[in-house]
Design a binder for this molecule. Structure first.
Ligand code: HEM
Length: 132
């Protein structure tokens, strides 16, 4: 779904473009993590095969953006900070995660206003994940 003057999307999920578009964003995010040397430290925290990570982030983001709660249906409450405690997450890791997501949003050509809002929201969550 695209934003227009006449039909404002009621959720960020719709504004991104629904489930397939969220999946496209997640796939680009992990493709970039694999491809870009600047995200190497972030990549090294993740499993060698990213299929599970792609599914989980996709399911989580659908709900986080105001769409279907696929993640909660499968795993219950996300307990996101607790689930990240096994990984050393400091400023560098947070900033690589943010840069990777911002590049993915830009390459997926999300509406610039939406990108700005999501950047702010992602930053709050990413900063909350810091544990060192
Ligand atoms: C701040 C920097 C971050 C780092 C370094 C990081 C790193 C990781 C790592 C290494 C995993 C495990 C990979 C896996 O289970 O396949 C993971 C899982 C996950 N991350 Fe992050 N992450 C960060 C921020 C975020 C943010 C901001 C979100 C959401 C907006 C997020 C959502 C998730 C989800 C949903 C999972 C799967 C949790 C599970 O069910 O096990 N992460 N993250």
């Amino acid at each position: 779904m695209s934003e227009s003057e006449t039909s404002q999307p009621s959720t960020a999920f719709e504004w991104v473009g629904g489930e397939a578009a969220v999946r496209g964003l997640v796939d680009r995010f992990y493709d970039l993590m694999d491809l870009e040397p600047g995200f190497a430290e972030l990549r090294s925290l993740h499993p060698s095969v990213l299929d599970g990570s792609r599914d989980k982030l996709h399911w989580f983001l659908c709900g986080w953006l105001g769409g279907p709660d696929h993640y909660v249906e499968r795993f219950g409450h996300p307990r996101l900070r607790a689930r990240h405690l096994p990984f050393r997450i400091g400023i560098k890791e947070r900033d690589q995660w943010m840069a990777c997501m911002m590049q993915a949003m830009s390459e997926c050509q999300l509406d610039p206003t939406l990108q700005a809002r999501l950047t702010e929201s992602f930053m709050g969550t990413a900063d909350w994940m810091r544990n060192v």
